[in-house]
Design a protein around this ligand. Structure first.
Ligand code: PRP
Ligand code: URA
Length: 204
């Protein structure tokens, strides 16, 4: 259930994101770019239905998206991945789950939750970093409790530990990631990773 982006532009953008000299303004632009690629991958199998239109020359039976899409960014770093989805899918609805890892234990604490109706929708959790997987699993748990049945997880950089945790807790949930890195350090940061995504995105 793991799909890693395989595109030269993704590799190029990820390398610039990893570069410690990349400043927040460029970091936000690069986040936008790689998320566009991820959004296309994560929505490749969205259902469509027939949609007849007239070209200037003749009628044609085209296709239209058939079902609603919901994205749920995990605050705060996930916010950097929202706009690429809303650009591509103007009718998307957006829910929010606020989770923050404790700096010493790396265990995430839930501090906010605001969700649209989820039943019958494709629901994509978006969070740039999948490290221990604790945040992603908590978010997926919350969404299941609120009626989501067709879930996916979209990340920019993942660690094998996080992928395994999600696969264990939510075996049917596909994970779309820009890169699968080597592992975690003692403080549960991804190696080589790119550091603290939220701090780099917002210059904190
Ligand atoms: C980061 C990241 C994920 C989480 C990943 O958020 O955006 O949500 O860590 O780590 P995990 O897989 O071990 O749970 P963080 O808690 O630093 O909060 P922030 O987005 O507010 O910076
Ligand atoms: N959160 C981050 O922002 N970076 C990591 O490497 C791990 C968790």
């Amino acid at each position: 259930m793991l799909r890693v982006l395989d595109h030269p532009l993704a590799a190029h953008v990820l390398t610039l994101l990893r570069d410690e000299t990349t400043k927040p303004a460029a970091f936000r632009t690069l986040t936008h770019q790689v998320t566009l690629l991820l959004a296309l991958e994560a929505t490749r199998d969205l259902a469509t239905k027939e949609h007849p239109v007239r070209t200037p020359l003749e009628p044609v039976t085209g296709r239209a998206l058939a079902r609603g899409l919901v994205i749920v960014p995990i605050l705060r770093a996930g916010l950097g991945m929202v706009q690429p989805f809303t650009d591509l899918f103007p009718d998307v609805t957006v829910g929010y789950v606020g989770l923050e890892r404790d700096h010493t234990t790396a265990v995430a604490r839930n501090y906010y939750c605001k969700l649209p109706p989820l039943a019958g929708k494709r629901v994509l959790v978006v969070d740039p970093m999948l490290a221990t997987g604790g945040s992603a699993v908590q978010a997926l748990d919350v969404l299941c409790e609120h009626g989501a049945t067709e879930l996916g997880l979209v990340c920019i950089v993942s660690a094998p530990e996080g992928v395994a945790a999600v696969a264990h807790a939510h075996p049917g949930v596909p994970v779309f990631t820009g890169a699968l890195d080597r592992g975690l350090n003692a403080r549960k940061y991804i190696l080589p990773g790119l550091g603290d995504f939220g701090d780099r995105l917002y210059g904190t």
